[in-house]
Design a protein around this ligand. Structure first.
Ligand SMILES: C[S@@+](CC[C@H](N)C(=O)[O-])C[C@H]1O[C@@H](n2cnc3c(N)ncnc32)[C@H](O)[C@@H]1O
Length: 228
């Protein structure tokens, strides 16, 4: 797996963009939507912690880090792709990055307030999903949060984008309820999901309408979170 994403260390953004050109929106719009979903989850589920510490598992080239930097006191990123980690270090010198083998995360237990994985689980073989989530839980302190953002297989435009994306050929998409069930099996409490990017439009009205429809299970992406 590391080798797969090593090939995209310089072209990651362009490859994603070519898979979503049909939407007429830039890749940055989708990255910003994920940052907003994360901001909302932190506000509603991780109260009272000033400057939380974040671990981004499968962080790739660290694309989202400039957008979320202000939300955290410290950000660490880990990925199996050493070439992506090298790019991430150049792009975000203030973030601490580690390449690892994809099983045991190279951090102490309970070292973070929050761990997240954005569009990573669908690249992990299903037999490893539970172990992956257990590791995400292990590195979070009790009462902290584990977050997963994933493609929603119930959204036809998501399926189209995945079919067009050359590095998604191995992708096995997970429905939100599977992710919630995996979170529960990994020992996380009160696993919840909501959907976003139902309306592929940057118009403020579309963004407000979409927020009201976050329980409708057809958004292009969903965010799942559980308490450690
Ligand atoms: C589609 S990219 C997403 C990158 C980043 N999260 C983002 O949203 O821009 C998937 C990433 O997951 C990484 N990955 C795949 N399996 C992994 C594993 N078991 N542990 C950590 N990272 C993994 C890949 O190397 C790749 O960088």
């Amino acid at each position: 797996m590391g080798e797969l994403f090593d090939k995209y260390d310089r072209s990651f953004g362009a490859v994603v963009q070519s898979s979503i050109d049909f939407s007429g929106l830039p890749h940055s719009f989708f990255t910003a939507a994920k940052a907003n979903a994360l901001r909302e989850i932190i506000a509603t589920r991780l109260h009272g912690i000033r400057a939380p510490h974040l671990l981004d598992v499968g962080c790739g080239i660290g694309e989202i880090h400039p957008l979320v930097r202000g939300m955290f006191g410290r950000i660490c990123g880990a990925d199996v792709s050493a070439a992506s980690i090298a790019q991430a270090r150049i792009r975000n010198p203030e973030v601490h990055y580690d390449a690892y083998a994809g099983e045991t995360l190279p951090y102490h237990s309970a070292a973070f307030d929050l761990s997240m994985a954005i569009c990573v689980l669908h690249h992990v073989p299903p037999s490893q999903w539970l172990g992956f989530l257990r590791e995400m839980r292990r590195v979070v302190r009790p009462g902290g949060l584990v977050c997963v953002i994933e493609h929603n297989p119930l959204n036809p435009l998501t399926r189209l984008a995945v079919a067009r994306c050359e590095f998604d050929r191995d992708a096995i998409l997970l429905r939100a309820r599977w992710t919630r069930a995996l979170m529960a099996d990994a020992g996380l409490h009160d696993a919840r999901t909501h959907y976003f990017l139902l309306l592929p439009s940057a118009a403020p009205l579309a963004r407000r309408v979409e927020h009201g429809l976050r329980c409708v299970p057809f958004g292009a992406q969903y965010i799942a979170s559980g308490i450690a």
